[in-house]
Design a protein around this ligand. Sequence first.
Ligand code: PMV
Length: 368
Amino acid sequence: MNTENKFIPNDYIQNITDGKFSWSAPSNIALVKYWGKKNNQIPANPSVSFTLKNCKTITELAFSKRDQSTSNDNAISNFSFDLLFEGKLKEDFKPKIEKFFERIEIYLPFLKEYHFSINTQNTFPHSSGIASSASGMAALALNLMSVEKLLNPAMSDNYFFQKASFLARLGSGSACRSVKGKVVVWGNHQEFSDSSDLFGVEFPNTIHINFKNYQDTILLVDKGEKQVSSTVGHDLMHEHPFAEKRFLQAHANLSKLKTVLENGDLQQFIEIVESEALTLHAMMMTSLPYFILMKPNTLQILNTIWKYRNETKIPVCFTLDAGANVHVLYPENVKDQVFQFIKDELVCFCQNGHYICDEIGDGALQIL
Ligand code: PMV
């Protein structure tokens, strides 16, 4: 049964007054992109991502039972939580969490019974243009699942991670790919029998050695706020003239990439991944209203990568998020040459020369 209902719990058997957990959850970079959604954060097409290792959010969640007697009608009607970012109270992040709690309350009926103190920090700079919503929502969802597991200790690991991914998705779609596994598929796809629109699943087959410790150097081209949010961008796919074809293409690209991840064909990998990145931005440029998130330096970087790849035949390629930054992807066995190339020819296009070295990682980790 793969419906939302399986995530509505039965009565909890334990009575817990307080406690504290801490989880780190990674960021992820999509290879086949999710762009366009239906109601309730259901993706319009399936996607697949590499989990990152160094870019992550670490969130500590302390909780204590609220005093029911202080409430007028014995049923507490609001959520109670403090939000600290890097140890300091952060009021402007609260509405997002409040909305998230509202969305997930039906699946975590204990939410109003506790006061929560959420203390969160990222390993990457806040104003780097790297979205922390995926790692942040995943880390929070995992903490909340740890609370639920205290209340219901019989819960299986499989259910724990599936529901954490399910909840994270309701916070920010791509966050469901930041919970478990090196390569994560999200969205129904006929060649992945366990795939679901409701949560991410680990890529089920053995991944070719060519992708072991695959490198991702993130070039920070523009660290400012995006002019158009992902939420608005997803919405514009509803009236988009090319939407249906794009969704079909994502299915086809995921099929191709499945084969490539198994057989290690890097030429094919490059073709699919770069085409996906450019298609994502093409969708933005052809929606109404239209917009461009790439900057002149983004294009400089893409052209320089193409030139270098043509000349050296080294299998380095790029992908893009919904922003101007460029993720430079390459195998571990060419790490030294490519890193030298990045320093010599690409860092000059980064804002203040900033970039982040990352690689494929394993997924979230419980700290406490
Ligand atoms: O999870 P959201 O709503 O921020 O959307 C993310 C969309 C892309 O990053 C552009 C693509 C993806 O699949 O991650």
